[in-house]
Design a protein around this ligand. Sequence first.
Ligand code: XMP
Length: 539
Amino acid sequence: MNTAVIPTEQAPQKVKSYGRLDQQIILILDFGSQYSELIARRIRETQVYSEVISYRTTAEQLRELDPKGIILSGGPSSVYDNYAPHCDPEIWNLGIPILGVCYGMQLMVNQLGGEVLKADRGEYGKSSLYIDDATDLLTNVEDGTTMWMSHGDSVTKMPSGFELLAHTENTPCAAIADHTKKLYGVQFHPEVVHSLGGQALIRNFVYKICGCEATWTTAAFVEEAIREIRAKVGEKRVLLALSGGVDSSTLAFLMYKAIGDRLTCVFIDQGFMRKLEPERLLKLFKEQFHIPVEYVNARDRFLNALNGVTDPEEKRRRIGHEFIREFEETSRRLGHFDYLAQGTLYPDVIESAGTNVDPQTGERVAVKIKSHHNVGGLPKDLRFKLVEPLRKLFKDEVRKVGRAIGLPEEIVQRHPFPGPGLAIRILGEVTAERLNILRDADLIVRQEINQRGLYHDYWQTFAVLLPIKSVGVMGDQRTYAYPIVLRIVQSEDGMTADWARVPYDVLEAISNRIVNEVKGVNRVVYDITSKPPGTIEWE
Ligand code: XMP
């Protein structure tokens, strides 16, 4: 059996906390569950701030961070694996309420002298939870409610001082507690949507057991963020690269509210945006929001940089490179800036220690693949200090903030659009002619979807141009022209996606209009590939 001693060199040097220390916080020790982030989101939905930190954080470090409660996440390991992640055993004596979820519960039981064994039958999927004690954690959780399970090991003997709160058909100890020490364990995952009583349980933990108050609100965030920006930036000037997406627009609004015209927004037009988008963006910011934007027309520069390039990665690389050079030149031209405002979000900064160690071999394994490879990423050698006021927020929280400070719905609810834009939706070489064709076809897709009120039904809707030609016939004339691919997908987060079952009449209208109105296109095809194995974009 593995002893739960943590060599000191394993403890993180400095505990990364992106939260505000004057704010009540629930900390999640991450043991590598794919749901650790989700727990943080669920807690934030109760209007209490929460962050994910490394499971190696020591009891001493936790005491300094002073959370109102601690949650131990699930994880892929068994407590008996050779390299199973263990937490500092001193955390049980901190006097801070702790909730162990799945692996987190098994670890708690194991370290406190109970027994965890491989169950005869694991339990995966939905289970009915039967409540034995509804005093605190399970108050208002309905007897027989559905909870979602995913475990091979089970608790067979509770540590002394613990009592049974609930069981399921296959799991005698599905929820347990030491009420006096405020230590709780649940074998199921209250954070996933399939756990019907899950949010009630989380609220009980946060409010009843940890004694938190609802302080994590959008209004409170905005007020505090503005105060922080002002304190940090002082009288200095800040540069911001605007793309028109929800993150950079929210950032611009927030920064402008905080420091007014000491903010300079730069919009670099690479020439790869959708038809009418650059004009629209400038109009919105200048005329409606009254936030000045420095427009840089760099279309020729980017098109030249892609001359003869057909490889998708090379396209991305060159666009990224040109963006940096252009940004540098513009910032020099506009004078001296001390700060650069960046729209970094919380998922970009979570340092998830549990996810990258194989529990059997102890070897480091690949960490989660980033969903984005943003060309907006700026080089390290730019001599700016960073101001990143959105770094505590999840994407849905950014939307709430954007809405709260007056960003219109059309930006708040905008579909994702890749940094390299249409350049990665033209397969093969990007030329001015192809860009014009794709822009026109893409506009028709959006118009047809929008006018039917279908925009919010889909994750993304767009056109792709293939660099091949096929034969068609139009008004007795033979045509030889490009095909357009329609890509319309549904997705929760862009990591997986399915092709949308768009009504035939909508597909028909889009196809007819594109072939009739866009010169150079004589065929429209619909992409019916899910992700995986396909990706959403074609390059
Ligand atoms: P894929 O094509 O990988 O796309 O299934 C997943 C999501 O990411 C977007 N995407 C990008 N976003 N820069 C971005 O900012 C990029 O280079 C990039 N490539 C893909 C894509 O639109 C989808 O929402």
